[in-house]
Design a protein around this ligand. Structure first.
Ligand SMILES: Nc1ncnc2c1ncn2[C@@H]1O[C@H](COP(=O)(O)OP(=O)(O)OP(=O)(O)O)[C@@H](O)[C@H]1O
Ligand SMILES: [Mg+2]
Length: 248
């Protein structure tokens, strides 16, 4: 029997944007995710924490459709998406910023951004970059003609988030956006994500180790060995709890 963990409080005016129940995912014969339940309420930021190798990226890849679960259900905006392809999920409104950013080094910043349009339905793909993107990340506007590979790590991360926003997502899935990035830029990225939530009402599922950023989220889930072992509001997260679940 697994104990029932608290889920984010149900708000009667909204609903769950993402609802995962009983998810089990394997790589070959190795059982990675174990009976994972996780909910992202509409318009909220939920953070998944846990040490290296516990299965955080595996969970995100299952959400966006790169990995097929052996059992369990994933509902996106009340629609069952467990059998849908990554493409279909992107078009439904799930945007993904992968761990390590995956910027195309030999394409310009502008070309990298326009790639994000692939996630939109065909008819909504005008080849322009909305001004809000540059309001969020002013540095990108000054670098449109530069090669993606020539940007700093922090700039590439901003580009990766901006590229995901080009698809007009309703759920933004971010995998360790501050990994390997200098502290001042971490705060910029954090502020941008907060602004995205405030101005667009988008929901966010974030994997993050950086305590200050974790605290920006409304709710956390802690993972150990592929299972969720704790959850709660992030303002109740003490340094000790963080210590227990995060890589030090
Ligand atoms: N392609 C793969 N094939 C087999 N095993 C894998 C594969 N990718 C990851 N794993 C294993 O699955 C487990 C979970 O990996 P995952 O990448 O989800 O962890 P993580 O929590 O994201 O770690 P990190 O904090 O280092 O990013 C690890 O034990 C890892 O070695
Ligand atoms: Mg990972």
């Amino acid at each position: 029997m697994t104990p029932t963990l608290p889920a984010p409080p149900a708000d009667p005016t909204t609903h769950a944007m993402l609802q995962i129940t009983g998810l089990n995912v394997y790589y070959g014969e190795s059982h990675i995710l174990r009976d994972v339940d996780l909910t992202v309420p509409q318009g909220k930021m939920v953070c998944l924490i846990g040490r290296n190798g516990v299965g955080k990226t595996t969970l995100l890849k299952s959400v966006i459709g790169l990995l097929k679960p052996r059992s369990g259900r994933i509902l996106f905006d009340q629609e069952l998406i467990t059998a849908k392809s990554p493409d279909q999920r992107a078009r439904l409104g799930i945007g993904y910023v992968p761990q390590g950013r995956e910027i195309i080094p030999r394409l310009t910043v502008k070309e990298n951004l326009l790639l994000g349009l692939e996630a939109r339905p065909q008819r909504a793909r005008q080849q322009t970059i909305p001004p809000e993107i540059f309001q969020l990340f002013p540095v990108l506007e000054t670098m449109l003609g530069r090669m993606g590979g020539d940007l700093s790590g922090g700039q590439q991360q901003q580009l990766a988030i901006a590229r995901a926003l080009m698809g007009n997502p309703r759920l933004l899935v971010l995998d360790e956006p501050t990994e390997g990035i200098q502290p001042s830029i971490i705060l910029e990225i954090e502020a941008a994500v907060r602004r995205i939530i405030e101005t667009t009402g988008i929901s966010v599922l974030l994997v993050e180790q950086h305590l200050h950023f974790v605290r920006q989220a409304d709710w956390y889930y802690a993972m150990q060995k592929g299972g969720i072992v704790a959850s709660g509001p992030t303002d109740g997260l003490s340094q000790e709890v963080i210590q227990k679940f995060l890589a030090v």
